[in-house]
Design a protein around this ligand. Structure first.
Ligand SMILES: Cc1cc2nc3c(=O)[nH]c(=O)nc-3n(C[C@H](O)[C@H](O)[C@H](O)COP(=O)(O)OP(=O)(O)OC[C@H]3O[C@@H](n4cnc5c(N)ncnc54)[C@H](O)[C@@H]3O)c2cc1C
Length: 391
């Protein structure tokens, strides 16, 4: 894989794990990507098999808290593993890192009952969770307008949740859905939003339809029709959802950046290999200057993005505010994945668009990366505003 220039030295505790995870993803996960991408029962069986192998090999749940059954790797160490793990979109689920954000959220902000009921099972991979903020009829970039409502039940401490969410990753297979809903005030109020943990087998919860992204499965639209939720399933303080969501998004975006770096490095390797091995009458494609330019620009993008991502990692790991660093890293990493995958497709010619390489999937992830977890524009304006307000 493209060497890891631009990253700080990998802590000793993580170096061996990083190499073993890289081999696991390359040799076990990547060959199953077509099945996993297609979704459905075969994908579920394959994922279960990979998860069992990861557990047997001691590679399971590396960044999850040890109190919950994880390995407890701190972020500064896990970051290096996350790049290797993220080389495939399915790496985090296969290796048990995918529930990190949900497990931490329940651990830090869930009631004792919720923690006891779900947290360890989530880390063990026995149940799955997803996170539902975005709605079809209100802009996801303006959560204050959230239309989903939760109203108190009849003096029994319960909530009744109603609304519609879409582009919710993994919703069809989730046992628990964390739903952002307005519990107080009116649309556009800055306070009054809350997070509720909704069991997907509750009456009134429905998966409406799948929303394929460039043909790939994984995103879903869901409907909640007066779903009754126990009072202790409120996550964090009533009306203060955005404090919890903000904390979760900072770490979540940084983890995604690391995984996108892993995928961009994979696209780069495919491009390099093709440039060297595909030969015209006057020599390999890599001898052409315009192909060399693709290689140069891609390497430049990778090596200028990686330090930005590790700066965000360092600040989060130290417990410091990282809004500017995460914003810079998120925009840079998404652009880099899209750019490098696009260049690699170009160098492959038609083969880059066909079914024989991972490039279409890598490009798809790069394109979606510029929208999910906040589109580029949101991060650009938010970073610029912060910088301008401090001068
Ligand atoms: C693959 C994928 C997975 C996803 N997974 C989840 C999930 O699990 N859970 C979940 O809740 N959501 C998920 N989403 C939704 C995602 O987070 C939202 O799509 C995103 O936050 C943008 O919201 P929106 O689509 O409503 O766009 P809108 O808010 O309608 O914005 C549309 C466009 O307006 C422009 N714009 C918006 N704000 C600004 C601004 N401040 N300045 C300039 N221009 C601006 C941008 O061009 C933006 O793309 C996922 C999306 C994708 C594609």
């Amino acid at each position: 894989m493209e060497d890891i220039a631009g990253a700080p030295q990998c802590p000793a505790e993580a170096a061996e794990l990083r190499d073993r995870v890289a081999a696991f993803v390359r040799d076990r996960v990547v060959p199953h990507e077509p099945v996993l991408d297609a979704g459905g029962p075969e994908a579920v069986t394959t994922l279960r098999q990979l998860q069992a192998e990861a557990k047997t090999e001691g590679l399971w749940a590396l960044p999850l808290p040890s109190e919950l059954g994880g390995r407890g790797l701190p972020l500064r160490s896990y970051a290096h593993v996350a790049e290797a793990e993220g080389a495939s979109d399915h790496g985090p689920a296969a290796l048990g890192s995918a529930p990190l954000l949900d497990a931490l959220m329940l651990w830090c902000h869930g009631s004792p009952g919720v923690r006891e009921q779900y947290a360890e099972r989530l880390v063990a991979g026995d149940i799955r969770a997803c996170y539902a903020m975005t709605e079809p009829d209100t802009p996801g970039t303006d959560p204050f307008l959230t239309a989903t409502r939760a109203v108190p039940g009849k003096d029994d401490g319960t909530w009744r949740v109603s609304g519609r969410k879409w582009f919710i990753s993994g919703a069809a297979d989730a046992d628990l859905v964390t739903v952002l809903a307005r519990t107080d005030g009116e649309p556009a109020d800055r306070d009054g939003l809350s997070l509720l943990l909704v069991p997907s087998d509750a009456r009134g919860f429905r998966v409406v339809r799948e929303l394929p992204v460039f043909g790939a499965s994984g995103q879903w639209e869901i409907d909640l029709d007066e779903v009754v939720v126990d009072g202790d399933h409120l996550i964090g303080e009533r009306g203060k959802a955005l404090d919890v969501a903000g904390e979760r998004l900072q770490l979540g975006r940084t983890l995604r950046c690391l995984r996108w770096l892993g995928q961009a490095a994979r696209a780069f390797d495919l491009m390099r290999e093709r440039a060297v091995t595909r030969t015209r009458s006057r020599g390999p494609l890599g001898g052409l200057q315009l192909v060399q330019r693709h290689v140069f620009e891609s390497l430049l993008a990778l090596r200028t993005t990686r330090p930005l991502v590790y700066e965000a990692v360092a600040r989060l790991d130290a417990g410091l505010d990282a809004h500017v660093e995460v914003g810079l890293a998120k925009v840079a990493a998404a652009r880099t994945l899209q750019q490098v995958a696009d260049a690699a497709i170009q160098v492959h010619g038609a083969a880059g668009l066909g079914p024989d390489t991972a490039l279409p999937a890598l490009f798809r992830t790069g394109r979606a990366a510029r929208i999910l977890d906040g589109p580029d524009e949101l991060h650009i304006t938010s970073v610029a505003r912060r910088i301008l307000s401090t001068t």
